[in-house]
Design a protein around this ligand. Structure first.
Ligand code: PMP
Length: 273
């Protein structure tokens, strides 16, 4: 879905809710957290939270699975698993001006969590300490977002978004094996681009590839599709969002609002027809 675990758009639908819940269930399995709920139950709970709170366009949903009472020590065995789903109205994460004109990014001094220490492809809350360090550093230095390299020095993602880099009409995004989250908006953007005839590669990217790029954009449930207009004080392309970025922005807006019938199955409607 769009936005956290779910943005709710006009006609009251949550975007890619099933995929978000599948990722949550997979993440629990990867981190060894017992979870009794099925994907279908988590979908139903989310829909009822949105419906009962009378949330409208631009709503964000955040489900959380956490361990409660059981053990004071570090071994979580025996601790009860709890599930909560929160939802609230929330605007553009990186700002409406950012969505329109692009934001300023900076390569972080913090490296993205790696496969040796955590599970970067699972959306574990512990990993967000890493994102918080990077985001806070970037904002304190006057930038809007941090770009994170992995421990080998290859580009992984933004502090809370996947990244796409465009050169000569070819779009490249880091593979999940380079340490980024397996983003659902990333998958939606790849689908949109490929169905529009644009070549998309999943390949490692150097820091300098950001400097040479014609266009760079970030994607995520909260950020949706946000162009970068500058990175490390260097303008990207001519410093304005480019045509491929605009194509993905427009396509994504159509997708989440149910304007592309082919992908209607990506929307879970809050009220039945
Ligand atoms: N990377 C990180 C670190 C994130 O927190 C997010 C937001 N969930 C994303 C990427 C984008 O993922 P998605 O499109 O599934 O929201």
């Amino acid at each position: 879905m769009s936005r956290g675990l779910g943005d709710v758009y006009k006609r009251q639908a949550v975007f890619r809710l099933t995929e978000h819940m599948e990722r949550l269930v997979r993440g629990c399995k990867a981190y060894g957290i017992p979870l009794d709920y099925t994907v279908e139950e988590l979908v139903d709970i989310t829909i009822s939270v949105v419906r009962e709170n009378e949330l409208h366009d631009g709503c964000y949903v955040r489900p959380l699975v956490f361990l409660g009472l059981g053990s004071i020590g570090l071994n979580p065995a025996g601790a009860a698993t709890h599930v909560m789903v929160a939802a609230w109205e929330w605007g553009a994460y990186l700002g409406v001006v950012g969505v329109k004109h692009g934001i300023r990014g900076r390569v972080s001094s913090w490296r993205r969590i790696n496969h040796e220490s955590l599970i970067p492809s699972a959306k574990g809350t512990g990993g967000y300490l890493n994102s918080i360090l990077a985001k806070a550093e970037a904002v304190a230095a006057g930038y809007e977002e941090a770009l994170m390299l992995n421990s080998e020095g290859f580009l992984a993602e933004g502090s809370g978004e996947n990244v796409f880099v465009i050169n000569d009409g070819v779009v490249t995004t880091p593979p999940v094996s380079d340490g980024c989250l397996n983003g659902i908006t990333r998958d939606s953007a790849i689908t949109l681009l490929r169905s529009g005839g644009v070549e998309v590669r999943e390949a490692s990217l150097s820091r300098a590839s950001l400097y040479y790029a014609d266009e760079v954009f970030l994607v995520g449930t909260a950020a949706e599709v946000t162009p970068l207009r500058e990175v490390d004080d260097r303008p990207i392309g001519d410093g304005k969002p480019g045509p491929i970025t605009r194509m993905v922005q427009d396509g994504y807006a159509d997708l989440v609002r149910g304007r592309i019938p082919e992908y209607d199955h990506w929307l879970t409607y809050v009220e039945a027809d």
